[in-house]
Design a protein around this ligand. Structure first.
Ligand code: KG4
Ligand code: ZN
Length: 395
């Protein structure tokens, strides 16, 4: 089955075509085309993502990326096609909010024949609504023009599937994990512990009460003067600090910075990261001169605090629910220290551990296509006009 995946929930415009097949217990995934445009450079100068600028950039890039993706997949066929006035009008209506895109999509459909795609999986939410609408309306338009079933897919479910996708010779493979499973989802907008008693059954059993982990990384980065997105920057500095400390093992000094581990001993599975960020803000304000070395030390102590809390709560969740599998997902799962400590945790508890390859940790459309494939098999396709983007969509 050929699935088109579309992701525009935040600052990545991503489109891919995947050939996905169920062979016995396995799901075999071949990537035919994969295009991604990151808006990081656009947002970096402002220190964060501006929803309306994200929307504009998605609208500019989505069609060229789609076109490129079809070419890459060998699904692009230039043929002059007559479109009825009714089809043109209806397409323009669907893309009313992205007017310039509407004209271009109509032109495209007049010049390219219907590609052989069996279903379109598009991110419905959660995310930035203006950004989500671009992907959703674009998906609706091509679904309508070429009569392809549409599958609205939850972005967080996508992150879970990114964790389950294991690299194989032909691309990726998914073997259904042993249940129950606990997923730790850590991204720019979410920090959640999710219990699955069976595949695609989700119950959020713990979440952040304030900032998401990725948000905390980005805010702390800004506090110590690092560019957006802060996660990878903090991670690099923290790693360097660990290496330096390792090299200087002889003169072990006392820890200079001590940041809180918020809610680590609370009885529930919830998180809180805004206190940790504030504590760093106050500490930094008292430092007369910020040096590279201090930045490095703070990054490391912050990362250690985050890792300790995440590991502790995940351990509690696994034990509480007798989970046999741990799945890590979300942009922050690209963090090396977090991957390492959670792998050690899974190992010590004797549970299987699934983690996305680094490039599939952050937002991408492969994971959306794969999650959509599973939705399609569970008879969840949707092709109504009433489909809406939902910034707060829950699992
Ligand atoms: O999942 P994602 O790409 O977008 C959302 O759905 O939010 O996650 C983006 C978040 C950002 O906050 C970014 O700073 C963080 O993931 N991130 C990292 C790392 N790479 C990306 N955080 C810590 N360490 C990293 N290596
Ligand atoms: Zn994400």
């Amino acid at each position: 089955m050929i699935i088109l995946g579309i992701e525009t929930s935040c600052d990545e415009t991503a489109i891919s075509t995947l050939d996905i097949e169920k062979i016995g217990e396995k799901t075999v995934i071949k990537v035919l085309g994969n295009q991604l445009f990151s808006q990081i450079a656009i947002h970096a100068q402002y220190g964060g993502v501006f929803p309306m600028m994200a929307k504009r950039s998605h609208a500019e890039n989505i069609l060229p990326l789609f076109s490129e993706c079809l070419k890459e997949a060998g699904l692009y066929n230039e043929t002059r096609t007559e479109l009825s006035e009714e089809k043109i009008q209806k397409t323009k209506e669907i893309l009313e909010r992205e007017f310039e895109l509407a004209e271009k999509v109509v032109e495209f459909a007049k010049n390219v024949s219907a590609p052989k795609i069996d279903a379109i999986s598009v991110t419905q939410g959660p995310g930035l609504e203006p950004a989500l609408w671009v992907g959703l309306n674009f998906a609706k338009a091509i679904s309508y023009l070429w009569d392809i079933p549409l599958i609205p897919t939850n972005h967080m479910e996508g992150h879970i599937f990114a964790g389950l996708m294991q690299k194989s010779e032909s691309g990726y493979e998914i073997t259904n994990p042993e249940m129950p499973a606990i997923s730790l989802l850590i991204s720019g907008g979410h920090t959640q512990l999710v219990l699955s008693k069976s595949l695609q059954e989700y119950e959020v059993v713990g979440e952040t009460r304030d900032d998401a982990v990725g948000e905390a990384f980005d805010k702390v980065a800004r506090i110590i003067g690092l560019p957006y997105p802060g996660g990878p920057q903090i991670s690099k500095l923290a790693e360097k600090e660990r290496m330096d400390c390792f090299a200087e093992l002889a003169k072990t000094e006392e820890k200079k910075w001590n940041f809180p581990r918020p809610m680590i001993h609370s009885k529930d599975l919830n998180f809180s990261f805004s206190g940790l960020k504030t504590s760093i803000l106050y500490t930094v304000k008292k430092i007369p001169e910020m040096t590279e070395k201090i930045k490095q030390e703070i990054a490391r102590e912050f990362e250690d605090a985050v890792v300790e809390v995440l590991t502790h709560k995940t351990k509690d969740a696994i034990e509480q629910y007798g989970a046999k599998t741990l799945i890590l997902g979300g942009g922050v799962s690209a963090n090396k220290e977090i991957r390492k400590k959670l792998a050690e945790l899974a190992d010590s508890l004797g549970v299987s551990f699934f983690v996305p390859e680094i490039s599939a940790s952050t937002d991408n459309s492969l994971m959306m296509a794969v999650a959509g494939f599973f939705n399609f098999h569970n008879q969840k396709p949707y092709s109504g006009e009433t489909l809406k983007a939902d910034g707060n969509l829950t699992l």
